[in-house]
Design a protein around this ligand. Structure first.
Ligand SMILES: [Zn+2]
Length: 306
C-alpha cells in the first residue's frame, strides 16, 4: 500500500482499491475500508503509524472492494461507520450485490466470492449530502451517483475522495467497459466532477488527479468510453437483438475477452444501463418475439405518435 500525502494530514492509501486517511488532533478518519481484513489491517496500521486513534469509517458505495474490510475494523475497534442510504442497506445485507448481478435470483457460487460478496457490517449513520462533523473532522458529502446508485464523494479540506466516479487510464485500457448501473447519472457526474472546487481528486482506483486539466482529462476519457459503449449498443440494433448478443457485440468491438462469469455479469450490467439510457431517450424499446425479449430501435415518428 503506497501512502501519498495530498495535503497536510490527508493521505491517499493506494492499493488494489484505494483508501482515504485523514489525521487531525490524534484522531484518524478512513474513507472506505478496502476489500478484506488484510487491506483494512494495513489501513489501520497507517492510522496508528500517524499516531492516531481511528474515530470513524466513511464508506462511499457498497462494492465489496470498498467495504469488505469494514466488518474487521468494526469488530476490532467498534468505531461508527457512515454510509449513504441504499448503499448502507447493501452493506448490511451484502447478498444484494451478487443478487442484482444475477438478475435477482439466488446467485451462483462464482458470484459468492469476496470480490462480489463481502462480509456484512453495521451502518451507524446515514450520510446526507452537505457538510458533516465527525469528531474533529469537517467533511463535505457530495453525491456522485451512476457507478453505484447512491455513491458519494467525501471531501476534507481541499481533497475530494471521489470513489469510483472516474477510473484511471489503466482500467479503461484493461477492462474497456467500465461498470455502471445508471449510465446517464454517471455521465452527469463526470460532467460535474472537474468543476467542483477542490485542489485534489482522490479516486478509489489509480492515482490522484490535480484540479484543472488532469481531472478534466480523465473525466472526459471516462465519458467518451461510456458514450462509445452506448453508441455500439445502438449500432448493433440494425436488427432486433437479445441482450446476450449485445454483450457479445460490444465486447468484440473493444477486443475484450470475457473469461469469467463474473466479468460477464459485470459487463452485462453496463450494457443494460446503456439500454436503459437509450430507452429513456426514446431510442430503443423492447419487443417480445417467440418468447425472446428483443431490443429494437424506435423511430422518431413512432415516439411522436405516442
Ligand atoms: Zn465501485
Amino acid at each position: 500500500m503506497k501512502q501519498v500525502e495530498l495535503a497536510p494530514g490527508i493521505f491517499h492509501l493506494q492499493g488494489g482499491s484505494n483508501i482515504g486517511l485523514v489525521v487531525w488532533g490524534g484522531k484518524g478518519l478512513l474513507i472506505d475500508a478496502g476489500l478484506d481484513k488484510d487491506t483494512a489491517r494495513r489501513a489501520l496500521r497507517a492510522v496508528e503509524k500517524a499516531g492516531a486513534i481511528l474515530e470513524a469509517v466513511v464508506i462511499t458505495h457498497a462494492h465489496a472492494d470498498h467495504f469488505g474490510g469494514a466488518y474487521f475494523l468494526q469488530r476490532r475497534l467498534g468505531m461508527p461507520i457512515y454510509a449513504p442510504a441504499l448503499e448502507a442497506a447493501m452493506m448490511e445485507h451484502p447478498i444484494i450485490e451478487p443478487l442484482y448481478l444475477f438478475g435477482g435470483a439466488a446467485p451462483i457460487g462464482e458470484l459468492r466470492h469476496k470480490f462480489t460478496l463481502a462480509r456484512p457490517c453495521r451502518i451507524d449513520h446515514i450520510l446526507e449530502p452537505g457538510p458533516l462533523e465527525i469528531g474533529p473532522f469537517q467533511v463535505e458529502v457530495t453525491p456522485l451517483p451512476g457507478h453505484a446508485l447512491n455513491q458519494v464523494g467525501v471531501a476534507v479540506g481541499e481533497v475530494l475522495f471521489c470513489a469510483d466516479a472516474a477510473f484511471p487510464a489503466e482500467t479503461l485500457q484493461k477492462h474497456k467497459v467500465t461498470f455502471c448501473v445508471d449510465l446517464d447519472a454517471t455521465l452527469e457526474t463526470l460532467e460535474r466532477l472537474p468543476d467542483l472546487s477542490y485542489a485534489h481528486f482522490a479516486p478509489g482506483h489509480g492515482p490522484a488527479y490535480a484540479a484543472g486539466e488532469e481531472i478534466a482529462q480523465i473525466c472526459a476519457a471516462n465519458q467518451a468510453r461510456l458514450e462509445e459503449v452506448r453508441e455500439r449498443v445502438y449500432a448493433a440494433l440494425e436488427e432486433p437483438q437479445e441482450t446476450p448478443a449485445l454483450v457479445q457485440r460490444v465486447a468484440d468491438h473493444f477486443g475484450l475477452r470475457l473469461t469469467t462469469a463474473t466479468a460477464y455479469f459485470l459487463t452485462r450490467t453496463t450494457i443494460l444501463a446503456a439500454l436503459s439510457s437509450l430507452e429513456r431517450a426514446g431510442k430503443v424499446t423492447t419487443t417480445m418475439e417467440d418468447n425472446q425479449l428483443l431490443w429494437r430501435r424506435q423511430e422518431a415518428q413512432e415516439v411522436n405518435r405516442g
